[in-house]
Design a protein. Structure first.
Length: 266
């Protein structure tokens, strides 16, 4: 047990564009520090209606609670793109964050890590987001209870492209949930999660690419999804073979929120 003593509360950044006159992105771990917005040790704060252009790191939250990030765009000019077609290191990164909502975002370029959860991040929601070819970067470090819901990952070629050192443990932790995560226009994702992704994970309404069958978005998950009997981790997964078209509600967070607010006495 410990006291809840945030360094700052009740402040926000909104209604602005941060454009850096940075050079071409030099690559992973050789960034020069063209960074956007960072919150550390705060609670009940917000970022809203923000565009960040040409940054190494777009938005970073560290050891924060009860915050919201809403209506943000992380983008870059064409000259900024590296030889590997990446615009920067992290687009949005959460480390040691809890009880926080990231919603209505657009990651318009590819970054090494697009949407990152790191070091004990838990009880956070990513919803209503899109981008060019988004990866859900589970950076290891015992993250858990993360909800990814109603996301359009664009091309869908690298959804499970995770970072983080191997000595940090598994990619994702218990109760992490993927609910209606698709590609552009409800297209299938090109690859499925690795069978060592983590224990007690929930996959509902994901369509995974499998050659010619990919056009049939109503057929549910395909054989490229790991077998639930492949190891002791996948045996703990909950997988529902539902088409994104048919899944209701499309946004699990909003449905739960609306139900709570509609309850008597809430």
């Amino acid at each position: 047990l410990h006291h809840f003593l945030p360094d700052m509360s009740g402040v926000g950044i909104q209604g602005m564009t941060l454009r850096f006159m940075s050079p071409r992105y030099p690559g992973h771990f050789v960034e020069r520090g063209w960074n956007g917005v960072q919150f550390i040790g705060v609670s009940n704060c917000w970022i809203k209606d923000l565009t960040v252009l040409n940054a190494d790191m777009g938005i970073m939250l560290g050891s924060t609670q009860f915050c919201t990030v809403t209506d943000v765009t992380i983008d870059a000019d064409s000259y900024r793109m590296s030889s590997s077609a990446q615009a920067g290191h992290h687009a949005i990164n959460l480390g040691g964050v809890s009880d926080t909502l990231i919603t209505r975002f657009n990651i318009a370029r590819k970054y090494v890590h697009d949407l990152s959860v790191d070091f004990f991040t838990r009880s956070v929601v990513w919803s209503e987001g899109t981008g060019l070819d988004v990866n859900l970067d589970h950076h290891k470090g015992q993250t858990y209870s993360v909800l990814w819901t109603n996301l359009d990952l664009g091309l869908g070629t690298r959804p499970w492209d995770n970072g983080g050192s191997a000595n940090r443990g598994l990619d994702a932790g218990t109760f992490t949930t993927y609910w209606r995560v698709t590609g552009s226009g409800l297209r299938p994702l090109r690859v499925g999660p690795r069978n060592w992704q983590g224990p007690w994970l929930n996959y509902v309404g994901e369509k995974i690419w499998e050659g010619a069958a990919a056009a049939d978005v109503d057929s549910g998950l395909t054989n490229s999804f790991p077998s639930l009997d492949s190891n002791n981790l996948t045996r703990t997964w909950w997988v529902e073979r539902l088409s994104p078209h048919r899944l209701q509600p499309p946004n699990l967070h909003l449905a739960q929120r609306n139900l709570r607010l509609a309850s008597p006495g809430k």
